[in-house]
Design a protein around this ligand. Structure first.
Ligand SMILES: Nc1ncnc2c1ncn2[C@@H]1O[C@H](COP(=O)(O)OP(=O)(O)O)[C@@H](O)[C@H]1O
Ligand SMILES: [Mg+2]
Length: 263
């Protein structure tokens, strides 16, 4: 794939506006503006206000983070265009650690949840260095994917958590494990992803995966995804490293490269 600026498969994610937090609405106002209802079978408790969302490095609907939320909406539009009618599974992976893969996965899932007709389920599949549990303000030691894969009797529902964001749910990684490839290639993992996708036709799944560089795990995980979004750290990952990373996936699955200006 050509990583050119005029290429529709390349999206530049602008840096955060440092003043944004100050301009964010004060706590309390969001509750009035929050969508009045959520879709069937979802009860929402304790919805976060914009200030809290910004502390968690999450986009929202207010003007203060407009440039970033527009960039995520643009990625959403592209994925929906590529994905067609059916709900799909998107894997988001960084070229190298700290390029912003988890940041993009989280915000992309949120951009889908902006749409009241859709729900998002973010699954932290970085079993070595999980990020979403902490980022979304959940307690350490929360049970997640690994716990379910190792002990299915706990039930899938017990590892799907509310996030404080309407229509966005999280499955944290749970206990950390070194050998994620073995889990990703297991029959059970495929069954989990398939059943989570098929159960609700309006549910979009986002797999936050491990870095591509230096490990086959991201490629193994991509077998479970319909689309792959590669996140390159702007000024961090070289063009050669990005091309090599993209080449490790089935070309039909690669939705594009996001250039992230990580701090
Ligand atoms: N565009 C961005 N704006 C603000 N913070 C960011 C951005 N990209 C990454 N970060 C932050 O940088 C850190 C590393 O990003 P992360 O998404 O965890 O990287 P990766 O998953 O690629 O290892 C996190 O604290 C994340 O919130
Ligand atoms: Mg990550």
């Amino acid at each position: 794939m050509n990583a050119r600026d005029d290429d529709k498969s390349v999206i530049n994610l602008p840096p955060r506006d440092p003043e944004a937090r100050e301009r964010a609405m004060p706590a309390g106002d969001e509750a009035k503006n929050a969508p009045g209802h959520s879709i069937a079978l979802m009860s929402e408790t304790g919805t976060l206000v914009p200030r809290q969302l910004e502390e968690r490095r999450l986009i929202h609907r207010e003007e203060s983070v407009r440039t970033q939320s527009d960039a995520f909406r643009e990625i959403r539009t592209r994925l929906l265009w590529l994905g067609g009618e059916r709900n799909f599974v998107t894997m988001v992976v960084p070229v190298s650690p700290k390029s912003g893969g988890s940041f993009v996965a989280r915000n992309l899932a949120l951009a889908f949840a902006f749409d009241e007709a859709k729900t998002s389920l973010l699954i932290d599949c970085n079993l070595r260095y999980p990020a979403q549990q902490e980022a979304l303000g959940m307690a350490r030691g929360t049970e997640g994917l690994i716990n379910f894969l190792e002990q299915p009797s706990i039930g899938i529902k017990s590892i799907i958590y509310e996030t404080g964001i309407p229509r966005l749910r999280l499955i944290p990684a749970g206990s950390t494990r070194e050998n994620s490839g073995e889990y990703f290639s297991s029959f059970r993992m495929r069954a989990v992803v398939d059943s989570l996708r098929c159960r609700y036709p309006d549910r979009y799944l986002f797999l936050d995966g491990p870095a591509i560089k230096g490990s086959p795990d991201a490629r193994i995980l991509s077998e479970l995804a319909d689309q792959v979004v590669v996140v390159a750290g702007y000024g961090r990952d070289t063009p050669a490293a990005i091309s090599q990373a993209v080449a490790s996936f089935d070309t039909n699955k690669v939705a594009g490269v996001v250039f992230n200006h990580a701090p």
